[in-house]
Write a protein that binds this ligand. Structure first.
Ligand SMILES: [Fe+2]
Length: 205
């Protein structure tokens, strides 16, 4: 076999493998979104992200927060800081992040961060703003957390029965619309992430 033929076969194999990986990825995402499945190559300026105009956001499910408070939790800690659309987003969101989520439609991005000691105990998301913006059935919603920095000890993410205490900048974690999840910042460092919300598009089903 000539070298050229051999190289062509290698390239074709690589392309084919990539296609298979992508299909497998989407299938896994549909069935098991809590796993760490996709990465987004970090190309962001973390200082730009830290300088966004964040707002303090207590968790909106008042009934659930009251139950936690009655159990002894400090309700001021059950909160997060966020920055979301329609605020102007940094350029890398439209140029780099959203295209990575081409298996989703109606993609919305928001930044959030937890100060040390802040946490959101086990809960389901409400999607209030997203549902206002888009006429979608909540059961089709997928949410992703894209980590913007490497984790440090004490930063913990929980999705259903899985707990994650270590990740790299660019790692993504998923859950389906009402799956229980939680985040705790028991570290001494702020934790920054992008929250991506969307629905699986028809071509990926
Ligand atoms: Fe949540």
């Amino acid at each position: 076999m000539t070298d050229l033929k051999f190289q062509c076969i290698i390239i074709m194999n690589q392309v084919f493998k990539k296609m298979i990986n992508h299909i497998e990825l989407i299938q896994k995402l549909l069935q098991q979104p809590s796993a760490e499945l996709l990465r987004c190559v970090p190309n962001w300026n973390i200082d730009e992200i830290k300088n966004l105009n964040y707002k303090f956001a207590p968790f909106k499910d008042e009934v659930l927060v009251s139950q936690y408070a009655q159990s002894g939790h400090d309700r001021s800690k059950i909160s997060v800081y966020n920055y979301h659309e329609p605020n102007e987003m940094p350029k890398f969101i439209t140029e780099h992040v959203k295209p990575r989520f081409d298996f989703l439609d109606k993609v919305c991005a928001a930044f959030n961060y937890f100060k040390p000691g802040q946490y959101l105990p086990p809960h389901s998301d409400l999607y209030g703003k997203y549902m206002q913006l888009y006429d979608v059935h909540p059961k089709n919603i997928v949410r992703c957390i894209l980590m913007l920095e490497n984790s440090c000890p004490g930063q913990i993410l929980q999705i259903k029965d899985s707990t994650f205490g270590s990740w790299k900048s660019g790692d993504c974690f998923y859950w389906n619309y009402d799956e229980i999840h939680a985040f705790y910042n028991f570290s001494m460092k702020d934790r920054y992430a992008i929250q991506i919300t969307g629905i699986i598009n028809e071509k990926s089903k």
